[in-house]
Each structure stands twice: as C-alpha cells, then as structure tokens.
Design a protein around this ligand. Structure first.
Ligand code: AMP
Ligand code: GLY
Length: 354
C-alpha cells in the first residue's frame, strides 16, 4: 500500500520510518518531508506544503494513496480530514470540529469546566480592560495564552502584574500573534512536573501510547527560554501506574465521552499536556490534536506493534481489538537548534558530520 504523511518535522520522519517497516507498505510519501525523510529507503519527499489541502488531495487521488496521516495541527484545525473524507480518501486525524480542542484554548478550557476535567482556574477575554481587571484580582505568577494557534509560542509565563498586562496587551492588539491572540486565556500558574500523555482513539475506545516527557528549557541546566521541545524521553517515570490510571479515568475518558456528547466525536491522536502536581494529581495544561514533536520520536522508537494496523483499527472503530507492544527499554531524543531559536533564527543551515 501507499501512504502519505503530511508534515516536515522530526515527528513526520519518525512516522515515515516506522511506517516503512511494514511489509505491507510499498511507498511512504512525505509532504513536504525533510532531509531525514529524504534518506529513508521507502520514503519519498513531495514538494507540497502541509497546509495546502487541495494539492495534497489531488496528489492522494493521483497516486491512489490508501491512507493519509497528518502530523501537524494547522491542516487538522483547517479541516483536512473532512475534505479527504468527503472525497472518499482515508485520512487519520480528528475532524475539524474535534480539532478545536487544540485550535481554541478558550474552547478547551470551557469544555474542561463543563465536564469536570481538572485544569488550572482561568478566565477568557477579548477586551483589554477586562483582562487587566482580572489580572489585578489574581496573585502572580499568571500564565497568559493566545487562544488560537501560535506555533507553540503563544504562552507567556508572567511573574508579575506588569508582565501579565504587557502580554495581554500585545496579544489582544494583534501585534504578537495576529488573529490567534484576539482572544486570550489567563490562568493560574501551576507547580509540578510536566508529562505528555498521548493516545489513539476511534471516538469510543482508547489506546494509550507510551508516556513521554519533553524538555522545554533551551539551555543546559534547565535555563533559557521555553521551546516547543529540546528533546523527549519515554517512559516518563513521573507517570506511575496509579497516576496513569487517574489520567485515563479523570482526563482521557471524560474528554472522549464529552466530545461525543457535544456532537464533536474525536478520532485520531489526542495529546494531553499535563502538570503532575506535587501531590500526584494530574491536571491538563493543554490539549493537542496530534502526536507531539519531539515526543513521537521516542514513542515510535519503542513501539513494537505495527503503527499502520493501529491507525486502520482506529479508522474502522475497532481499536478495542488492537493492542500495542512496547520495547521495555527507554528511548531518548535530543534536538539540535540553530543559534537564536526560538526567537528569530537563520533557517536552512546544513548539518554535516553526523
Ligand atoms: P501550553 O501550550 O498551554 O501547553 O503551554 C506551553 C507551556 O507553558 C507548557 O508546556 C508549560 O511549560 C507552560 N504552562 C502552560 N500553562 C501553565 C500553567 N498553568 N502553569 C505552569 N506552566 C504552564
Ligand atoms: N512537544 C510539544 C508539542 O508537540 O506540542
């Protein structure tokens, strides 16, 4: 079979690498792919951007792609799964109205409130004066978040009132993140240890993937700015079997049931970004409607079962009949960045000598 992976990061390389292991797969196309996917024996890069849904669909028709797997959030939030499905092409990921769990932090917060899912106390705003009044009523530190998609950069941890007001002003005025910041969420800062809990779901059944933790601070010794992830390891030892159970029953299952109840059945990867509080209580910081990057790299390295079979079972609503085997050994991935990341940095530099 022929498979199309949408995206061009390390996560998509890990997916393509794992998919290519299947004897059923003759070719993995990656759009647009990267220098790593270009070196995989069964993979081929296609020069189509991950957001160009029409061109991706045309390509899928032309090449008779049997399964498309979407890596990044932007095409999912833009409705790629709906477009493919209407055209009769199998596409793995949440539909547009389910991807809103990542596409709107304001929606995600109110959804968690409606369904009793633990998350930090918060309020949402589109008006600066109201946001400032709320900031004045709270004790810092506060976390100010652009509600819409901001490529993982839309979160400011404000240690004092001034920083919170400045973040709120820059976001709401549109200067920081454009339309994505026209609505903001302000929430309480939570102490604890972060972990990523990622599952596959067919809308009813849930298959948890191996736990991971990504490392956010850019520099050695936990210093420097927060990034999208400088590396990840699996398993995350902070997720003990008891905490795993709590996450499943207090967070994941209520999320899947709640989305179905609200007429937004969720099928695809679902990523809960968690803070494990010092007392062991798991709390949701955010939802993502996809695999994490760089979490996927360490998860897929440990997956012994076939990923294609798991995703097919999910698309058919038969995930309960599937089971994932994991390599008990740990996996660790490290990210190298260009100087200046995550601010403005030079793109396209060549890495050699590996
Ligand atoms: P998010 O995109 O919402 O996950 O936020 C990005 C990062 O900001 C998280 O991975 C955390 O490191 C941090 N963060 C977000 N919300 C909070 C919070 N309420 N308390 C502490 N840290 C947070
Ligand atoms: N590593 C964080 C993310 O994928 O959102």
């Amino acid at each position: 079979m022929k498979i199309l992976v949408v995206g061009g990061g390390g996560r998509e390389h890990a997916l393509a690498w794992k998919i290519a292991h299947s004897p059923r797969v003759e070719r993995v196309y990656v759009a647009p792919g990267n220098a790593g996917t270009a070196q995989e024996p069964k993979a081929k890069n296609i020069d189509i951007a991950a957001e160009d849904i029409d061109a991706l669909l045309r390509f899928a028709h032309q090449e008779h792609i049997e399964l498309t797997i979407v890596g990044p959030e932007a095409p999912l939030v833009a409705g790629i799964v709906d477009v493919f499905e209407e055209a009769g092409r199998k596409c793995f990921g949440p539909h547009q109205k389910a991807a809103i769990l990542e596409g709107s932090k304001s929606f995600a917060k109110s959804f968690m409130k409606r369904h009793g899912i633990p998350t930090a106390p918060y309020a949402s705003f589109t008006n600066l004066d109201q946001a400032i009044a709320y900031i004045d009523s709270q004790d810092p530190p506060l976390v100010v978040k652009a509600s819409g998609l901001a490529a993982g950069k839309g979160v400011v941890i404000a240690h004092d009132r001034g920083a919170a007001v400045q973040a709120a002003r820059e976001m709401l005025s549109g200067t920081a993140f454009g339309a994505a910041g026209r609505e903001i969420v302000i929430e309480q800062f939570l102490q604890g240890e972060e972990a990523s809990f990622i599952i596959v779901t067919d809308g009813v059944h849930v298959l948890p993937l191996a736990s991971t933790q990504d490392h956010k601070a850019r520099d050695e010794g936990d210093r420097g700015p927060n990034t999208g992830g400088m590396g990840a390891y699996s398993p995350a030892s902070v997720i003990t079997p008891e905490i795993h159970d709590r996450i499943l029953h207090e967070i994941i299952l209520p999320t899947i049931r709640g989305m179905a109840k609200e007429g937004r059945p969720y099928q695809g990867f679902l990523y809960a970004g968690l803070m494990i509080r010092p007392n062991g209580v798991p709390v949701v910081l955010e939802y993502n409607c996809r695999l994490g990057d760089p979490e996927a790299q360490s998860i897929l390295m440990r997956l012994k079962s076939g990923v294609v079979e798991i995703l097919e079972a999910s698309l058919e609503g038969k995930l309960h009949a599937n089971h994932a085997d994991w390599d008990p050994r740990a996996a660790l991935g490290v990210v190298l960045t260009a100087a200046g990341y995550p601010g403005n940095y030079c793109k396209g530099a060549v890495i050699s000598g590996l």
